[in-house]
Design a protein around this ligand. Structure first.
Ligand code: MOS
Length: 732
């Protein structure tokens, strides 16, 4: 399917109207009666202790109800970690210890947001400072392997030494922030020992459990709601300080409390993509067959938690190379703990690996696409297991053809358009296609409508729409007759929306629950003596337009409404939990793949780079929601352009502080930065991955993009930029 067809095919977002008319409510828009507003006070040092908090001036201000901190807040139910414990999860406002700059250390609660914000500026903090270090390179000598060390495949060192064609290079990526449109926010209310929160979260269940543990109450006494999420990209995968602060403050003042972050606070109290330093060594024989691959990656974690993401997975799973070494390390810095950010680990690793492959292609004088085809892994190179499906070769072929790759002249600086240097680059992406247990309730009503419920979230990929499509296809009901409900901990439990697994997990639950309801309806239809549905094998039943029919006998037809009325039922419904078929899945390697081909146009006089066109080929199983999938892949490209070209969180190491926590200093791409993006889906008929045959694609679309851009920039200019982002100063 081409880009143009994608625009036309498939339904639009079922929640689109609600979103554009403003009736879709985001967290900061929810309120409770008697609600107060909390505004954070944040540390101005990176490490040390709070000696004193002077709240006198703040408390005198109009509207101020209370200033709360570790000094006067009631304790949480979680045991305080031993001061010398290495891993001590951070609970805001529970101790005098400062672990990172801009750490929330107090909250001013007032009648209005403005009153709280002003009073917060008057709180005076005295510190006992300690020496800090926020520089990853300075901490490299203390980096350590977190988790399992992976044994070498073959003998990478020997093979590298013996190779005729080889490269060794270092690649660096700075800290980046998610910068979603919607700020983190929580509205918390206690009533009779029950806690209700509206919270910006990707995981309803995790948030519920976190609050129950923190306050020492039963899960049943916690309700978490998150009906719409205005972008998250991983930033809401972990409960943030706003959540616990709002809930603690509400408990303390015995009134509901709302805490909404400012734009500055988004970059100072939640996670971020960690800074990374990677070294890749790659070697090949004269035919371009990889003989050795070493990928070593180190990224930062905080001083108090071991956060680790996998940057080296592709080095082990993408190419058929007999000798492979991967090393994954983390190093401590005095910053808050990092967090997953779109395509976590994989996109950082792909920037290094896919840049290195490109570098090697010039050494070999082999076309970069041809080099990848010569090292194509037909089975998992690590275990030898087959892929459940893998149409990467077809992605390469179709996207290259659409792009016109064969017209590329190989020499750097060989393509021009007037004063502009033109560069064509390509790279590959990969993402594991996971599935987790999930549940859904499907109810068919006597009026011919259906309600489908699952406690998942929709952070923007179109889950409302995708789940409605799945139910519609099984039930044979038009989309408008189906209401899909999510974002409430009282709904059937489902996993967090993360890792591109929602369609696979929740979608399977919705599909299976819908099938089971239909089966019950069919049984009801066949109950009566003389019913034409008696003794009909379920396999011969089909659904169409709210009716059940017998295959090949169109006259044998009963509407859902007739069946329910006949049985005096207002509705019929059931709850179903689906689980992945781990036995069958375990026999295969299950992953989505993609290839990106793109063009950059470089104005050498000013070092300006524009990504003028991108063709992306994606193999992610069956595409259920074509418009949504197209949009996800486009979004992945836009994110890749941001990572490659503009995004960088600047840290002043002298202060240990983030210097650009705002959209003026942290540049995300805008429409004017984006050229033409075409997506091609190569569908895979995959019976293994799950009953839907659908793999995830939300993260995948980004994975190869930064490398493809760096490769295109080299092709245009002859300059290899191994340090992101590729800003003009690096090209001048
Ligand atoms: Mo994604 S980083 O799992 O939200």
């Amino acid at each position: 399917m081409t880009w143009q067809q994608q625009q036309q095919d498939g339904p639009s977002r079922v929640d689109g109207r609600a979103k554009v008319t403003g009736t879709a409510k985001y967290i900061a828009e929810f309120s409770f009666p008697r609600m107060a507003h909390g505004y954070l006070v944040q540390s101005t040092i990176a490490k040390g202790k709070i000696r004193d908090i002077d709240t006198a001036e703040a408390e005198k201000q109009p509207g101020v109800i209370k200033v709360l901190s570790h000094k006067n807040l009631s304790k949480l139910a979680i045991p305080a970690p031993a001061p010398d414990a290495v891993v001590r999860p951070f609970y805001a406002l529970t101790s005098d210890e400062i672990r990172f700059n801009a750490q929330p250390i107090a909250v001013v609660v007032a009648e209005t947001f403005e009153q709280a914000r002003y009073a917060a500026s008057l709180v005076k903090i005295a510190y006992d400072r300690a020496a800090h270090s926020t520089d990853l390179r300075g901490s490299l000598d203390k980096a350590f392997v977190s988790g399992r060390e992976q044994p070498d495949r073959g003998n990478p060192e020997e093979a590298f030494a013996a190779a005729e064609f080889k490269i060794e290079a270092e690649y660096t990526i700075p800290i980046e922030h998610h910068n979603a449109m919607e700020p983190h926010a929580t509205v918390a209310s206690w009533e009779d020992g029950k806690l209700t929160v509206y919270d910006k979260t990707q995981g309803i269940q995790g948030t519920t459990g976190y609050l129950a543990a923190a306050f020492g109450i039963d899960r049943a006494n916690v309700r978490v709601l998150s009906p719409f999420v205005g972008g998250a990209f991983g930033a809401a995968l972990r409960p943030g300080p706003n959540l616990i602060i709002a809930a603690m403050a509400a408990r303390e003042i015995e009134r509901p409390v709302k805490v909404v972050y400012s734009r500055r606070q988004l970059a100072t109290a939640h996670g971020y993509r960690p800074e990374s330093i990677q070294i890749v060594k790659a070697a090949a024989d004269k035919d371009g067959k990889l003989t050795s691959l070493t990928h070593q990656a180190t990224h930062n974690t905080s001083a108090y938690e071991n956060f680790s993401e996998n940057l080296v997975g592709m080095a082990r799973g993408l190419y058929a190379c007999p000798n492979v070494r991967t090393v994954s390390k983390i190093a401590r810095v005095d910053m808050q703990t990092p967090l997953w950010m779109r395509a976590p680990g994989m996109v950082s690793g792909a920037f290094a690996l896919e840049s290195a492959l490109d570098e090697l292609s010039y050494k070999l004088k082999i076309d970069p696409l041809e080099l990848r085809l010569r090292n194509y892994a037909e089975a998992d190179p690590e275990t030898g297991r087959p892929f459940s499906s893998k149409e990467l070769r077809e992605c390469y072929r179709q996207a290259a053809e659409r792009f016109g790759w064969s017209k590329r002249t190989p020499e750097p600086r060989s393509m021009r358009d007037g004063k502009y240097l033109i560069g064509w680059g390509m790279a590959t992406g990969m993402w594991p296609a996971g599935q987790a247990a999930a549940s859904a309730r499907v109810t068919i009503n006597a009026d011919g409508t259906a309600r489908v419920e699952s406690g998942t979230t929709d952070i923007g990929p179109g889950t409302y729409t995708t789940m409605t499509i799945i139910a519609s296809q099984v039930l044979g009901l038009p989309l408008e007759k189906i209401t899909f409900v999510l974002g409430d901990s009282e709904l059937p439990p489902s996993p967090a929306q993360g890792g591109s697994t929602t369609t696979s997990s929740v979608g399977t639950a919705v599909k299976e629950a819908s099938e089971l309801v239909l089966k019950e309806l069919a049984e009801l239809a066949g109950k009566d003596e003389g019913s034409p549905f008696r003794e009909i094998d379920a396999a011969n039943l089909i659904t169409e337009d709210g009716s059940i029919l017998v295959r090949g006998r169109p006259e044998t037809k009963l509407s859902f409404t007739e069946i329910l009325k006949k049985n005096n039922l207002g509705h019929i419904g059931l709850l179903h939990r689906s689980t992945p078929d781990t036995g069958e899945r375990g026999k295969y390697v299950i992953a989505s793949h993609g290839a990106q081909f793109l063009e950059v146009r470089v104005d050498e006089e000013i070092g300006n780079v524009r990504v003028t066109r991108v063709v992306q080929g994606t193999a992610a199983g069956k595409i259920i929601n074509p418009k949504g999938a197209h949009s996800q892949e486009m979004g992945g490209v836009v994110w890749g352009i941001g990572m490659a070209m503009t995004e960088k969180t600047e840290v002043d190491h002298a202060l240990g502080r983030i210097m650009n926590p705002n959209l003026a200093g942290y540049h995300v791409p805008v429409n004017a930065d984006i050229g033409r993006i075409e997506t091609i889906f190569v569908e895979e008929d995959d019976k293994i991955v799950n009953p839907l045959g659908a793999k995830g694609l939300g993260e995948l679309g980004m994975v190869g993009v930064p490398a493809a851009i760096a490769n295109a920039v080299f092709h245009a200019t002859g300059k290899r930029i191994r340090d992101l982002p590729i800003t003009p100063d690096k090209l001048l």
